[in-house]
Design a protein around this ligand. Structure first.
Ligand SMILES: NC(=O)c1ccc[n+]([C@@H]2O[C@H](COP(=O)([O-])OP(=O)(O)OC[C@H]3O[C@@H](n4cnc5c(N)ncnc54)[C@H](O)[C@@H]3O)[C@@H](O)[C@H]2O)c1
Length: 325
């Protein structure tokens, strides 16, 4: 079975490609390398360097390879940029998603897995968040993912597309070979580790006046390998119907708690300063992943925060300049 992985040169896409290949799938990675890295493309995957806006290249991929399913990771995903520049941000995410869906339909490919996000919920009404809770994105980023989720529904109605929309909370950690290397880096754990490595002199903590136990934001960190494995389970369940799942650990940690844990793991001093809140940041985002556990038997293999940070620390230690190392 051949899977087209858009964004397979990026963080979660590269780890998922690795797990797909280990599970015996053929993978075609489609990535324009704007955020991703050539070295993050699995050596056993076919690589197509192209943009999702390039219709000719997209058609060529579906014409050349016998694609059975698509996993769509490629997107803009930096929340503050989405708030600053909502029109180009949302336009790209939607247009690229629609191009991909249209091309799939034209080539009669009927299985699709979407990288969705906790950002579709906005400020949650209850914790842990369940899949049928209120959807009210507090950023254009979350809005763009929700629009694609809704279009998946209409593509199912009209074209019989089967989809799984996976709403990730905070992906974190690394596998042995594949890790997180974003420019700019906006995710907490790699930023904390950059301070630990002496590549940044301090960490900015965005807001300490949220209604949480120490005033800093609470997030749910899921190991990237656990996330990758959930994609394979979701893919294999698609014949049983389309589905939407949250993916998190069900445990929330404040920014201060993550920094404290990272100090312990690295044995380094990690100076931190309080900075103003960022727009679009809800106080607390913690998943209920009970639905995917119950329906697909998914379970986090690497649930504890120390282990997640340790895996990232090993990868960043071995790749201090990311994939350029
Ligand atoms: N990292 C997280 O914690 C997190 C949480 C929730 C959802 N997500 C979603 O998961 C997906 C993957 O996240 P990530 O952290 O691996 O991101 P990433 O930026 O590391 O990977 C995205 C990849 O897509 C490629 N890409 C972007 N636009 C493209 C285009 N127009 N054509 C072809 N390739 C393109 C980039 O070059 C990059 O390699 C994203 O859709 C993101 O919104 C991530």
């Amino acid at each position: 079975m051949t899977i087209l992985v858009t964004g397979g040169a990026g963080y979660i896409g590269s780890v998922t490609t690795d797990e797909l290949i280990k599970a015996g799938y053929e993978v075609v990675v489609y990535d324009n390398l704007t955020q991703g890295h050539r070295r993050a493309v699995h050596p056993d995957a076919v690589f197509v360097e192209a943009d999702l806006g390039d219709q000719e290249s997209l058609d060529a991929v579906f014409d050349t390879h016998d694609i059975d399913a698509v996993m769509h990771f490629a997107a803009h995903s930096v929340v503050p940029i989405s708030v600053d520049e909502p029109i180009p941000f949302v336009r790209d995410n939607i247009n690229n998603g629609m191009n991909l869906l249209e091309t799939m339909v034209a080539h009669e490919v009927e299985r699709f897995i979407l990288s969705s996000t906790a950002a579709v919920y906005g400020e949650p009404e209850q914790i842990p968040i369940r899949e049928d809770d209120r959807l009210a994105p507090s950023s254009p980023y979350g809005e763009s993912k929700l629009m694609i989720e809704r279009m998946l529904h209409w593509c199912e109605v009209r074209y019989g597309l089967r989809y799984a929309s996976l709403r990730y909370f905070n992906a974190a950690g690394a596998s042995e070979a594949w890790g997180e290397d974003h420019t700019p880096e906006t995710h907490l754990i790699p930023l904390v580790l950059k301070v630990a490595l002496g590549q940044k002199d301090h960490l900015d903590i965005y807001g300490d006046d949220y209604a949480t136990r120490d005033g800093t934001c609470v997030r749910d960190y899921i190991h990237v390998v656990d996330l990758a494995l959930a994609h394979i389970l979701a893919l294999e369940a698609l014949d049983g119907g389309s589905r939407i799942y949250n993916l998190g650990n069900g445990q929330g940690f404040t920014v201060q708690e993550v920094v404290a844990q990272a100090r312990e793991v690295t044995g380094r001093d990690i100076p931190a300063r309080i900075a103003p809140r960022r727009p679009g940041d809800p106080a607390s985002l913690v998943a209920s992943s009970e639905k995917i556990q119950r329906e697909l038997g998914w379970e986090a293999r690497f649930p504890d925060l120390a282990g997640i940070i340790e895996s990232a620390w090993r990868w960043h230690g071995a790749h201090p300049d990311g994939y350029a190392s």
